[in-house]
Every structure is written in structure tokens, then in C-alpha cells.
Design a protein around this ligand. Structure first.
Ligand SMILES: *Cc1c(COP(=O)(O)O)cnc(C)c1O
Length: 481
């Protein structure tokens, strides 16, 4: 929740206390330059012991509650018929109103199975926006992804409360042009990851449902980032103001034929699953679970994690719990904006997204401005974010760069993990960096894998800008690390 101070300022207030801690390390700036160089200017390759705030991702790094930890001790460790699975299955049925639940080891495993079953060669999957793994699984099975987002979705500075909505007109035109028999299914993603954790509205999902009914198509709903989306629907959608989180969840789930999620995000633990009310769909997907994931009562998850997810799903129905992430992200985005730093607006879920194109207009896309900014942020603060720009794209077959729609650095906000003073620290160092942005230069690959290069690729700075940046830091901050 947020709370008003006597001074008039409104700040997010943690509605939890910290009872287990992990010691952090903040190496001085000279060591950060060295660590960044050794990691090939790729924040994925930093060692966590050199990182002060790990803001790389929200996946599998959310803080567990005391109740989750307690539940993990009760886990029933049996291969088949585990009571732990029955508990999770019942919780899923209760919250989403779906009869069948197929467990998987994580979100992309659901995408593998759904795509293998429903994507045939020469079919199309319309989406509000793609996610990296969801797209690859569709294309591996011979399908194509078509994004039917509304124009505002790519507008980095916006006041649109639901940038994740599907454009219903574009969707209908696409179906008419391709023919409904060439549409494998329609995929809607909650808390649209790659456009900055932007939500869709309940109303929009209902409209997509109506299109599915009209053309007899399946609606597949990716609810990995549902927690943030629920918070935004409750805050921003007039007709949902008086509904409980549980009611909104049920109404959303009722629109879909198949729901799937990564429990590395939804449920504050690690795992995943597919839910449906259709026996036919359940039977089609079921055999793939035993083939790729494990037996039907664990699907690759440990029983301890399943216990934690059961409690985590229940906690997701608690407004105070799910608002913490988005409110911290809004705070960080607003504080950065006050200091002139260009960020994506309105603030979404998942993390604070910094616009590297406006931060570093002097660095061309072919010199990876978002990658360079992520490296510079680490040097300035010891916080690591993730490049979401041209480095995360793949070269075309002729070797040309695929320039990204956006050059973003995502500073993820793992749920319930950081305190406000840590967020203030990150804001301060990023604001300093913005005032010294002309010192930051570009980068070039020295080792470039052909697939998913952003995970393993190594780069070098094109000049000695990292050293110059560190020298200026020392000048301005004295010995304050
Ligand atoms: C993370 C994510 C996935 C994939 O889940 P994993 O557990 O990482 O495999 C799928 N969809 C969305 C929207 C995600 O954010």
C-alpha cells in the first residue's frame, strides 16, 4: 500500500517485515569496472557476489513468506498421487475455476506443450505481444506470430492505462485475411512483459473472447504476470473498483480456454502449470507432460516448490501483497522522472524501464545503447539490470543487425525483496549517471553466439569510457564506494 506523509509526500509502505536476510556486497567503483569488463559488458555474465542489487529479473527470485516456508516442511514426497499435488490442484481449481491442472517445471514448458499440440505448419498465432520463449515455440512448430497490439503499446511516453490491450479491429482483420482455419489459437499475455510489464483490461479480454466465439477459436491466456495485471485492473478499470481481486481473477480466467503460467513469477516460487476446463484439451496435452516434464502429479517440480506455490497463489489474492511490486516500480519511475531520466510511462509491473534511446541519443543502435547503459548502471551503482534492445535481437540471415523497436534497460523489482532505501540508492546513482551521460560510449561484440546472443555474448567498450566514468565517479563521490 501507499501512505501519505505529514510533508505531503506519498510513499510505498512495506506491509511485511524481513526475517531472513542475505548479506550483500558493494564493491568499490574500480572493482565494478573490472568485474564488468571480465563479464564482457554483459550483465548476465556478472557474478552475483559482485552485485549489490540484483535487478536482472523477477523470475524465481521473489521473496517467500513465512507461510510458504512453513508449508514446504509439510511436503508429501511421493512420485504418484502426492497429497502436495492434490493441494495445489485444489487451489488452482478454487482460484481459476478450472477443472484440470497439468503441472510443468516452468512457464516455457507450458509453451512447448501448447505449441506442439495446437500449432500446425502454416498457421498463425495472434498475440497482444510476443514473449521470447512463446514466440520460439510457435515458430519451432512451423507457425508464425502476429502481434496485434494497439498503436499506443510502443509509445514509451504515454498515459494509456492499458497498453497491453489487443487491437480488436486488427485482430479481426487478421483472422479474415488469413482465414479462421489458419489461426492456431489467440494468445493474450497478462502484464505484457516485453513492452514494459504493461497490463490489459478485463474489458479487452472479454472482447477477445467474443472474437474467439465468433470464429470458433481458442483463447490461450498467459498469466505468468497476472499479479501485477490484477493490481492495475483494480486501480485503473472503473468497472472493477468494487470487485475483489478474487472476483476479477475468476472473471479473467472465465474468458480463456487454456491458462498457463510460470510459477517463477506467479506464486512467488518456482514451477508452472496449464489449466483448462475442457476434457478434450486436457487429454491432448496430458501425454506431453509425462514425456517432457515428469509424472502428472509433479511435472518436474519438487514437492516443496508445489507447497510454496499453493500458498503463493493464495497470497496473490491479497491486494496488499500484489500491490507492493507495482508501487515500488511506480516510486522508482517517478523519482527518476523528477531528475529528468527518461523512463517508460505509465510505470508497469515487473520493473522500472529506462529508455536508453533518449538517455544515450549519441550512441547508435548498432553500438547497443541499452547494453551500454546496463553496463554503465552497474559501474555507477553495483545494481544490475537487463538489456532489452538490439542486443536481445538476432541478426538477419545476411548478417545485418535487426534493430529493436525499443532500446530499454529493465531494472526488475523482484517482489517483496528490496527496501525503499535500496531503491532510493539506485535512483540516486542512475540520476548521477544521467548527468554524466555524455561520458558513456558504445560497445561491440568480441564473442557473438548466433542464437540468444544476449545470454552468453561478450562485448568490449569501443573506447575507454568505462574507466573515464569511474574516474568521474571517484571525483564526485570521494570514497563513498
Ligand atoms: C517468464 C515468462 C514466461 C516463461 O516462463 P519461465 O518460467 O521463465 O520459463 C512466459 N511468459 C511470460 C509473460 C513470462 O514473463
Amino acid at each position: 500500500m501507499t501512505i501519505k506523509f505529514y510533508s505531503g509526500e506519498t510513499i510505498p509502505l512495506e506491509m511485511h517485515k524481513v526475517r531472513i536476510v542475505q548479506k550483500l556486497n558493494l564493491p568499490p567503483v574500480e572493482e565494478r569496472v573490472k568485474a564488468m569488463k571480465e563479464a564482457g559488458y554483459n550483465t548476465f555474465l556478472l557474478k552475483n557476489e559482485d552485485v549489490y542489487m540484483d535487478m536482472l529479473t523477477d523470475s524465481g527470485v521473489n521473496a517467500m513468506s513465512d507461510r510458504q516456508q512453513a508449508a514446504m516442511l509439510e511436503a508429501d514426497d511421493s512420485y504418484a498421487g502426492s497429497a502436495t499435488f492434490t493441494k495445489l490442484e485444489s487451489k488452482v481449481q478454487e482460484i481459476f475455476g478450472t477443472k484440470y491442472f497439468l503441472p510443468t517445471h516452468q512457464g516455457r514448458a507450458c509453451e512447448n506443450i501448447i505449441s506442439q499440440v495446437y500449432v500446425k505448419p502454416d498457421t498463425t498465432v495472434p498475440m497482444n505481444y510476443h514473449f521470447t520463449t512463446s514466440k520460439v515455440h510457435v515458430t519451432l512448430n512451423g507457425g508464425a506470430v502476429e502481434e496485434v497490439f494497439k498503436d499506443e503499446a510502443l509509445n514509451l511516453v504515454s498515459e494509456d492505462p492499458f497498453k497491453g490491450d489487443m487491437d480488436i479491429e486488427k485482430l479481426t482483420t487478421l483472422i479474415e485475411e488469413r482465414g479462421a482455419d489458419k489461426i492456431a489459437f489467440i494468445r493474450v499475455e497478462s502484464g505484457t512483459n516485453l513492452i514494459g510489464g504493461q497490463p490489459h483490461s478485463l474489458e479487452n479480454l472479454k472482447q477477445v473472447r467474443a472474437v474467439c466465439n465468433k470464429y470458433n477459436l481458442k483463447l490461450v491466456y498467459d498469466i505468468s504476470l497476472l499479479a501485477d495485471n490484477l493490481h492495475f485492473i483494480k486501480e485503473r478499470e472503473e468497472s472493477c473498483k468494487d470487485k475483489s481481486i478474487r472476483e476479477i481473477t475468476r472473471e479473467l480466467a472465465d474468458q480463456a480456454d487454456i491458462l498457463y503460467f510460470s510459477a517463477r513469477k506467479l506464486g512467488f516460487a518456482r514451477g508452472g502449470g496449464i489449466c483448462t476446463n475442457s476434457e478434450e484439451d486436457y487429454l491432448l496435452m496430458r501425454e506431453y507432460i509425462t514425456l517432457y516434464e515428469g509424472f502428472l502429479t509433479y511435472g518436474g517440480m519438487s514437492v516443496r516448490e508445489m507447497e510454496a506455490i499453493t500458498v503463493g497463489l493464495e497470497e496473490t489474492m491479497d491486494e496488499q501483497y500484489i500491490s507492493q511490486g507495482p508501487q515500488f516500480i511506480a516510486y522508482m519511475s517517478e523519482e527518476l522522472q523528477k531528475k529528468g531520466v527518461p523512463v517508460v510511462t505509465p510505470a508497469g509491473g515487473l520493473g522500472c524501464h529506462i529508455d536508453a534511446s533518449r538517455f544515450l541519443p549519441h550512441v547508435p543502435q548498432t553500438a547497443y545503447p541499452a547494453g551500454a547503459l546496463a553496463a554503465a548502471i552497474y559501474i555507477a551503482s553495483g545494481a544490475r539490470g537487463m538489456e532489452r534492445g538490439t542486443m536481445s535481437e538476432q541478426r538477419a540471415e545476411n548478417g545485418n543487425e535487426t534493430l529493436s523497436h525499443m532500446e530499454l534497460v529493465r531494472m526488475a523489482m523482484p517482489r517483496r525483496v528490496f527496501t525503499l532505501s535500496q531503491v532510493k540508492y539506485a535512483v540516486d546513482r542512475i540520476a548521477w549517471l544521467y548527468d554524466n551521460r555524455e561520458l558513456i560510449g558504445g560497445m561491440a561484440f568480441v564473442e557473438e553466439p548466433s542464437v540468444l546472443r544476449f545470454f552468453f555474448g561478450k562485448l568490449d567498450a569501443v573506447t575507454d569510457w568505462p574507466e573515464q566514468l569511474a574516474a568521474k565517479f571517484r571525483e564526485d563521490f570521494g570514497d563513498s564506494l
